[in-house]
Design a protein around this ligand. Structure first.
Ligand code: PXG
Length: 467
């Protein structure tokens, strides 16, 4: 028997998990009653669970396994680095070859003059860094009152206290005393649910101009930065109307505020370019990175900052009293470097732009013919289905938000496809290496799942739109 197959029986694993392991974003009581699904191995775009079931991973783990599972090269690099230098810090005026090489690669790949990298262990940590970066940047230029960061409702920037404060998730703010001071929120560019009678273009402009109104209301001298994801991921793959980002860019250029673009999901090929900032023609001062940087093979995040900011840090800011034990961890850096090398060498990002991305788009959009699907939208390799009872009305279901999405997700898992639900939206974000035939399989399984969901909704009397 293969060593990795040699695990305890599923029920025993579930009992131990329930007894000793607490899960993120989970209702502990509910989960322990139901029992977790135990994933034991993975290859390419497929996972295997402890009962031997095969699942097509339509979420690339948690939006991160861009390169797909089972790339030996990454394991080999990790083993070599662990033997040579498993750990050293980057605090005491020291550095090491893996962090230097990864910084070089990132500076080369990142847009514009974003050339300097500050490392963290995750996207959340990187966004905490960003809060301190931008406030200290202004304080160093005798503008300590420029502290407010404008963010968006339903944005997601992580789960530490700082990052969750930047996020606009009301359920997260409701627990643990969030948000921190001096974060302001504007509405999201979510046309399908919030656009009313406006065209997407009109609505995009309207939502972008809330940034300008907020800057004017607070006073430019109080505002440090604006933060946003190019496409909101965890919020439900919300792709802004074409008018949105150009207007945001105009406003950021007009006022003296910094633009932080959170590329934790959109970065490293997800939208068909190396960064979402290229897809939407955004000129950021800082980008947040994590996830696809290492394809999730190692935990690593960071902030890539512009020369303009770096210059202030070099000339005026003094010591920046911030950093993590694992900032620039050698093994994580070596693995991320190898991941980037493979993404480049195998032209994986170009393939998303020119081949598999357009192929998935066509197939995915065909799902909008299904009676349950109000909109099938997609950007590169991230897509969403808006499930509705009334296709022309763009109205939510009468049932509590998420009831239908959950039913659909359960059918999807039972069919061997991992799709995530965000409320009543179904989400995909598959590994970027997914092939055409695997895309066919994904879309066929999604179609079958929609049919079964519709049948169940009809049976339960849930096919009703809200008034
Ligand atoms: N920014 C963005 C845009 C993210 O999507 C983070 C920051 C935080 O990264 P870390 O590495 O600290 O998790 C994220 C993370 C979901 C889900 O349910 C999404 C994320 C994390 C957990 C769950 O879609 N994104």
């Amino acid at each position: 028997m293969n060593l990795v197959d040699n695990h305890l029986p599923t029920q025993e694993l579930q009992a131990l998990d329930a007894a000793h392991h607490m899960h993120p974003f989970s209702d502990t009581g509910q989960l322990n009653t139901k029992g977790v699904r135990v994933i034991t191995k993975a290859q390419g775009v497929y996972l295997t669970d402890s009962d031997g079931n095969r699942l097509l991973d339509g979420m690339a783990g948690l939006w991160c396994v861009n390169i797909g599972y089972g790339r030996r090269e990454l394991g080999e690099v990790a083993a070599r680095q662990m033997t040579q230098l498993p750990y050293y810090n980057t605090f005491f005026q020291t550095s090491h070859p893996p962090v230097i090489e990864l910084s070089r690669q990132l500076a080369k790949l990142a847009p514009g003059d974003l050339n300097r990298v500050f490392f963290a262990g995750s996207g959340s940590e990187a966004n905490d860094t960003n809060i301190r970066f931008v406030r200290h940047y202004w304080a160093s230029q005798d503008k300590p009152e420029k502290t407010v960061i404008i963010a968006r409702k339903n944005g997601y920037h992580g789960s530490t206290i700082g990052a969750a404060s930047l996020g606009g998730m009301s359920a997260m703010h409701a627990q643990g005393g969030l948000p921190i001071a001096d974060i302001e929120y504007i509405n999201q560019p979510y046309w399908y649910r919030e656009g009313g009678e406006l065209s997407p273009e009109e609505f995009g402009l309207l939502r972008a101009r809330e940034l300008e109104e907020t800057i004017e209301r607070l006073g430019e001298n109080k505002v440090a930065a604006f933060i946003a994801e190019p496409v909101q991921g965890a919020g439900g793959v919300i792709i802004p109307p074409d008018t949105y980002w150009p207007e945001i860019q105009r406003i950021c250029d007009k006022y003296e505020i910094l633009l932080i673009v959170d590329e934790v999901i959109c970065g490293f090929g997800r939208t068909g370019n190396w960064f979402g900032s290229e897809t939407f023609n955004i000129k950021p001062d800082i980008i947040t990175i994590a996830k696809g940087m290492s394809s999730g093979y190692q935990p690593i995040g960071g902030s890539i900052i512009s020369e303009k900011i770096a210059k202030i840090f070099e000339d005026k800011a003094g010591e920046f009293n911030h950093g993590y034990t694992y900032s620039g961890h050698p093994v994580a850096c070596a693995v991320a470097s190898e991941n980037l090398r493979i993404l480049e060498e195998e032209n994986i990002v170009d393939r998303v732009a020119d081949d598999t991305g357009p192929y998935l788009r066509e197939k995915w959009q065909s799902l909008s013919d299904h009676p349950l699907v109000g909109e099938a939208r997609i950007c590169g390799m991230m897509g969403a289905l808006e499930l509705v009872a009334d296709k022309s009305g763009r109205k939510p279901f009468a049932s509590e938000e998420g009831t239908v999405g959950f039913i659909c997700r359960e059918h999807s898992f039972a069919n061997g496809l991992i799709m995530r639900h965000v409320g009543d939206k179904m989400i995909i974000s598959p590994p970027l290496v997914i092939s055409r035939s695997e895309i066919d399989e994904l879309v066929e399984l999604a179609h079958k799942t929609l049919d079964q969901t519709l049948e169940e909704l009809n049976k339960q009397g849930l096919m009703q739109a809200a008034k």
